[in-house]
Design a protein around this ligand. Structure first.
Ligand SMILES: Cc1ncc(COP(=O)(O)O)c(C=O)c1O
Length: 357
């Protein structure tokens, strides 16, 4: 297999250990003589995986009592609808920090009044707005903690006067989170915690049952809590890979240790972007994400974009093209992206500078 440096934005690089262990389970799951995709999801062997996965989430994030973790299908995009369906009685507040946040707010429009407290659309979402008021009578305040496309991130667990709801699709498990500050956290797994196909939800149970509307069974969180994410057939293989990914995070020293490495990796690349005259970071410094690092060619090197892309490709870099809506470059340094890959990209940028001076 050829060696590459995988900077894909999601689906993305996963730990080799998790991938290899999942391959074993594809062949023979838990000594059953069957593949994990052949066994009943009601079997005791599968139930053990579900229980362990939930246990690992609780342990790694230090989730307090009163919260449930769910593993559902539908992606984060389905949560854009499920959140207001279950929580929005009259009014909700949303912080618009990018396209995903905007899409989430749009779904809430179907259910009640939506206040967009602030938006960074004026500068193509290159910063996280800071001065805004959250209406005290809102049912909840929704944030997107990491904006995958623009490389901006809310780095701390904020205080909110109303229930805080967060889309953590692209920074979950990249740093310790004070779960007690949130009523609900959700995300697609396909960045830091597994493959596409499984969506995680962490929810404080007592916030449910407050809206007066009728909620169809499949989109009612209470259904999935009652049935421990097994109301219908769960995405077994995706959950299995997630389970192996969580075990790997634990073996690496947990979320705190992973965060230390993430901060270090991001600093390496940002330092090079700031030093190298050929490149410029696009996100405002205070808002820079440690997960997705976006940059462009500086003046007067804009015409070198394709040349750098080709050069980087020839050195094994994969997935560094910026999102089609912003252009330039984006390197996603998720948990499983090794420091060696970041060093290889930095070296590539340095060599390219030498070649063009
Ligand atoms: C921050 C964020 N929210 C939501 C989504 C959409 O996730 P899904 O494809 O699981 O619906 C993405 C996808 O990249 C994302 O980055």
């Amino acid at each position: 297999m050829k060696t590459v440096h995988n900077f894909n934005a999601g689906p993305c690089v996963l730990s080799k250990q998790a991938v290899n262990a999942s391959m074993e389970a594809l062949k023979d799951f838990s000594g059953t003589g069957m593949s994990v995709i052949e066994v009943s999801h009601r079997s005791k062997e599968w139930k053990a995986v579900m229980d362990e996965t939930e246990f690992l989430w609780k342990e790694l994030l230090d989730i307090p009592d009163g919260y449930k973790t769910l593993f559902l299908g539908g992606g984060a995009s389905t949560q854009f609808m499920m959140v207001p369906f279950n929580l929005l009685e009259k009014k909700a507040a949303y912080l618009e920090t990018g396209v995903w946040a905007k899409k989430a707010a749009k779904e809430a429009d179907f259910f009640g009044e939506v206040i967009r407290v602030a938006s960074s659309a004026d500068k193509n979402y290159t910063y996280i707005p800071t001065n805004y008021d959250i209406p005290k009578d809102a049912d909840y305040f929704h944030i997107t903690t990491n904006n995958t496309i623009y490389g901006t991130e809310i780095h701390t667990d904020m205080d909110s006067p109303v229930l805080l709801v967060a889309d953590m699709s692209s920074d979950m498990m990249s740093r310790p989170v004070d779960v007690s500050k949130y009523g609900l956290i959700y995300g697609g797994a396909q960045k830091n915690v597994g493959p596409a196909g499984v969506t995680f939800v962490i929810i404080r149970e007592d916030i449910l049952g407050k809206v007066t509307r009728k909620i169809p069974t499949m989109v009612d969180y209470r259904t999935h809590i009652k049935e421990s994410s097994m109301f219908n057939t769960p995405p077994v293989f995706s959950i299995l890979v997630m389970n192996e990914t969580l075990k790997w995070i634990k073996a690496e020293g947990g979320v705190q240790a992973i965060n230390k490495m993430n901060v270090e990796k991001a600093a390496l690349l940002y330092n090079e972007i700031d030093r190298n005259t050929m490149f410029t970071g696009t996100a405002e410094k205070m808002s820079r994400s440690i997960m997705n690092i976006c940059f462009v060619m500086s003046e007067p090197y804009q015409n070198k974009e394709e040349a750098f892309m080709d050069f980087a490709k020839s050195r094994g870099m994969v997935g560094i093209k910026g999102h089609r809506s912003v252009g330039g470059f984006r390197a996603s340094l998720y948990n499983a992206c090794p420091k060696e890959s970041v060093l290889a990209l930095v070296e590539c940028m340095q060599e390219f500078e030498q070649m063009n001076k």
